[in-house]
Design a protein around this ligand. Sequence first.
Ligand code: UDP
Ligand code: MG
Length: 311
Amino acid sequence: MSTSKTISIIAPFFNEEESLPIFLDEISKVDDQTTNYNFEIIFIDDGSTDSSLNFLKKIAENNKNIIILELSRNFGKEAALTAGIDTAIGSAIIPIDVDLQDPPNLINDMIKKWESGFDIVLAKRNNRLNENLLKRLSASFFYKIYSLFVGDSKNSNVGDFRLIDRKVIDNIKNLKEKNRYMKGLLSWPGFSTSEITYTRNKRKAGKTKFTFLKLLNLGFEGITSFSILPLKFFMFIGFTGIVLSVLFAIIILLQKLLYDNFIEGYAFLILLILFFGSLQLFGIGILGEYIGKIYIETKNRPIYIIKNRYN
Ligand code: UDP
Ligand code: MG
């Protein structure tokens, strides 16, 4: 086995002063155990306002394996990950959260699977018992909808935490879109995929940086970035509506002609108007979502701005 291969760990963080020290401990243990490889640990400071960056800068002075990318503001985890991927030079890269919810001690198993020939090794959560009911329900609902629309069920219960071979990463780097749902992008090229399962722990320190609204937005982003089925779905509903209306018109006409029976229906009319009015608005909303995406893409702004690089 060659001793010069590098593995890039990519760790975006946003105000993680409580988590970073314990994360560094854990990751250096893994580094010590994995003697066949050099580790390059790329931290991306996603606009932190606490002492995270200063702490890391001090550590990095004495550790040349640590690279810090300081973004000019908070661009969001997806953008921060992208910055890390663009910078990484490793033969394999591993995105990881710094709150130890992605246990670093899985990295060795990932590497073993990679050595046995897989290009991607996913870390799959075997349960979500450590998460609250709302998050569990919404996650399972999301994955159902996602695999329905996108047709990709491999991604259920996996996060960004995975090992990805260099040749896959080079293909992912070609995906230049500005709407970045990383989990989808990381899986998009395919390649041979294996998985290991683990129990996801609670956050070791600090608080979650994702509000429910942020997650909802990310989920929406995921579906609309990888599927145009919602648009087709509305065409289907529209078409069904037309067929039903024609049938209904015939029924009304027959009732009148055969039985001289004209159906009165104020409530029914109001309901129909409300129903189809809302349905149309909903459809326009979905349309708007896609137009918004086109708008953002055409502006072609950079995904992130690196203010400083340390090491
Ligand atoms: N994170 C980031 N930028 C953000 C939000 C989060 O870099 O705008 C980082 C965060 O510091 C952590 C990882 O993304 O390392 C996952 O975030 P978090 O643990 O808060 O999410 P959760 O696990 O609760 O979904
Ligand atoms: Mg977390």
